[in-house]
Ligand binder design. Structure first.
Ligand code: HEC
Length: 221
């Protein structure tokens, strides 16, 4: 009886492995969907800027080879900063080398779907304004302007009347910059003007300090 059970278990294991993709090939639901949903779907979903939706296996599968080329060449997701010569930005949407390798291995392995149970939920995307709140003011274009479908345009300048009489935000931002520096938080170029013992912050640290102080000031405005 025990031998039969063993044999059965062996058969089941063979049957199961015949259906699953080889362990080394990533699957869409487990490995690729988290990358695509978090890094592509913001633009590649209904109503957004990109030409096709990438919000399901059925959407993504026909584009597999093109996606591989675009992520390897780093054309997608679009990210203008050169990672070798810039600071890591907070909203950096470029893929890591490991994420690119995962997509390549998936496409080269035949782009298998994987188990539905592995599929992560789609992130919640903000509707309308993505800044987190309504804008303080919306400036209308002073004239109608049609962008031609083909060709290149030089820089276009449009001038609009600002709808308030005092420079509210600019003034607050300027005051926050001054008070932040006066409180002793500054970058190295300013610190060495004061003394060689003056402590200083990295550019990122200084921007964080400004951000924090501006948030506080805006909240109390
Ligand atoms: C910021 C918005 C944005 C993000 C994020 C983005 N895309 Fe795109 N994508 C576009 C736009 C706009 C186009 C069409 C214009 C172009 O091809 O440059 C496009 C085009 C493409 C194309 C070419 C389509 C064609 O017709 O050949 C592929 C493939 C693609 N994206 C894949 C991806 C993948 C994969 C990701 C995530 C890793 C991604 N995109 C992230 C905006 C985006």
């Amino acid at each position: 009886m025990k031998r039969v059970a063993c044999l059965l278990a062996g058969l089941l294991a063979v049957a199961a492995s015949a259906h699953a993709a080889p362990a080394s090939v990533p699957t869409f639901t487990k490995d690729v969907a988290p990358i695509v949903f978090n890094n592509c779907a913001a633009c590649h979903r209904a109503g957004e800027v990109a030409p096709m939706t990438l919000t399901s296996y059925e959407d993504v599968r026909p584009w597999a080879k093109v996606i591989k080329n675009k992520v390897v060449s780093r054309e997608m997701p679009p990210w203008g900063a050169d990672p070798a010569h810039s600071l890591k930005m907070r909203n950096d949407r470029s893929l890591s080398q490991a994420q690119i390798d995962t997509i390549v291995a998936w496409v080269d392995g035949g782009a298998p779907k994987g188990s539905d149970a592995d599929l992560p939920p789609m992130p919640k995307f903000a509707e309308g304004w993505t800044f987190g709140r309504e804008p303080d003011a919306i400036l209308e274009m002073p004239v109608d302007f049609t962008i031609p479908a083909e060709g290149e345009l030089g820089v276009q300048m449009f001038y609009s009347k600002v709808p308030w009489s005092e420079d509210k935000f600019a003034e607050t931002l300027e005051k926050v910059c001054v008070s932040t520096v006066e409180s002793g938080q500054m970058t190295k170029d300013l610190a060495i003007l004061i003394s060689k013992d003056q402590p200083w912050l990295t550019t990122e640290g200084f921007l964080d300090a400004l951000d924090e102080n501006l948030q506080k000031r805006m909240a109390s405005a």
